[in-house]
Design a protein around this ligand. Structure first.
Ligand code: 13P
Length: 260
């Protein structure tokens, strides 16, 4: 049984002080957080410390970062390393988000080095993959997903991969209000799991959580989680509203999956 994970990617939103106020609100909403799912928030780097302070060590909400650089330290102006994130209390890190790929030129080989850094320093990576609308319309979704997995994951030994989570985030669904249907997400998740089985191993593929991301809301989360192929969600816009995020978390705890 894979434990569901609900993660909020705050992207470039909230100053450190706004984030502290928001984290306090979120804590109130989730004071009786369900214990059967994992919760993560990923604020901007500048707000990690203030969010950590507000949440406190006993919070059910874990801290994640939105990116890292693969080197440990040195002359890399503007970059943040895995040990720096660990020191701030991060347990998770989002890697390879499509906004990093399209706006900042990230590619498979760099994402692979970032994954290696996360594994080395004990951060749990959430690897984002997904196709563009043009790729979907050209019928190449499976191929794109397989390639993104191969270029970032092949060659890793089984042990570090135990801490991997994959997020399927079709680019056309991000921030558009146009979520993938449950059926589309399930098909993609099945492809991802099959590719993981050959790239890593069948047992790792079986244990790896695959989240869906792209216009997840309080309205569609239950339908998405009705499939046991969808192990949680990576949420953008809806996680910036404490009531919405808390509602999604509660629905993620109460929605039972009914098979594929
Ligand atoms: P939205 O939920 O705003 O579509 O963003 C999804 C996303 O990119 C999460 O990483």
């Amino acid at each position: 049984m894979r434990t569901r994970l609900i993660a909020g990617n705050w992207k470039m939103n909230k100053t450190a002080s706004e984030a502290a106020t928001f984290a306090a609100e979120l804590s109130r909403h989730l004071s009786k957080a369900p214990t059967d799912i994992e919760l993560v928030v990923a604020p901007p780097f500048t707000a990690l410390e203030s969010v950590r302070r507000v949440l406190g060590p006993a919070s059910p909400i874990q801290l994640g970062a939105q990116n890292l650089f693969w080197e440990t330290q040195g002359a890399y102006t503007g970059e943040i390393s895995a040990p720096m994130l660990k020191d701030l209390g991060c347990r998770y890190v989002i890697l390879g988000h499509s906004e990093r790929r399209t706006l900042f030129g990230e590619r498979g080989d760099g994402i692979r080095k970032k994954l290696q850094a996360a594994f080395t320093h004990g951060l749990r990576p959430i690897l984002c993959i997904g196709e563009s609308l043009a790729q979907r319309e050209a019928g190449s979704t499976d191929e794109v997903l397989a390639q993104q997995i191969h270029e970032s994951l092949s060659g890793f030994t089984a042990e570090p991969l135990e801490s991997l989570t994959v997020a399927y985030e079709p680019i056309w669904a991000i921030g558009t209000g146009r979520s993938a249907t449950t059926e589309q997400a399930v098909t993609a998740h099945q492809t991802i799991r099959a590719v993981l089985a050959t790239t890593a191993s069948p047992s790792i593929a079986e244990r790896t959580r695959i989240l869906y991301g792209g216009s997840v809301t309080t309205q569609n989360i239950a339908a998405l989680l009705s499939s046991d192929q969808i192990d949680g969600a990576l949420i953008g816009g809806a996680c910036l509203d404490a009531t919405s995020f808390a509602t999604i978390v509660k629905l993620a705890s109460t929605t039972r999956s009914i098979g594929v």
